[in-house]
Design a protein. Structure first.
Length: 167
């Protein structure tokens, strides 16, 4: 029979090794967000700037990820939104819901599985005129296997968040 000291060492080793595994599998940190006072929902906004400063209108109209400029900025849902031109800013101000990314700008696949992940603003899809941002190219490839299914799941998750934020 092992001594108490040997058994204690084995238990301590198991705890140390187990915590190392747990640390390596931690979820990524929740991205910086601001809260939309109108809906009570978070908007993915690093330093208060939505979509890492990219122009939301350019995604939908030009199907390109174009950095915006502080010169052409507006405020909506608690975040600063930047645009590459005065024209794009005017289009957004006239109909922000048409151009804003789905799910507050959090990753579309992450939303489908109930997570709030930051995005790479250069990795996106526009489907039926709606902007979906992705965490990286690998996640986008996964998303593209079944976009309709993931959209349905993410829409349902987002609706649940809206309902719970309103109560």
């Amino acid at each position: 029979m092992p001594s108490c000291t040997s058994l204690a060492r084995v238990v301590l080793l198991a705890l140390v090794l187990g915590s190392g595994v747990a640390l390596s599998k931690q979820e990524p940190a929740v991205p910086p967000a601001v809260t939309d006072m109108e809906t009570g929902l978070a908007v993915n906004a690093s330093d208060g700037i939505a979509i890492h400063g990219y122009d939301p209108v350019a995604y939908v109209i030009d199907h390109e990820a174009v950095p915006g400029s502080a010169e052409f900025a507006t405020s909506w849902r608690g975040a600063e939104w930047r645009f590459s031109s005065a024209r794009n800013r005017a289009l957004f101000v006239a109909d922000p819901a048409r151009y804003a990314p789905q799910y507050g700008g959090f990753g579309a696949y992450g939303t489908a599985i109930g997570k709030a992940y930051d995005v790479d603003p250069r990795v996106f899809d526009v489907i039926d005129g709606r902007l979906y941002l992705h965490r990286n190219d690998r996640v986008r490839a996964l998303w593209q296997r079944n976009p309709e299914g993931y959209i349905a799941e993410a829409d349902d998750t987002w609706r649940q968040r809206v309902r719970s934020a309103g109560s």
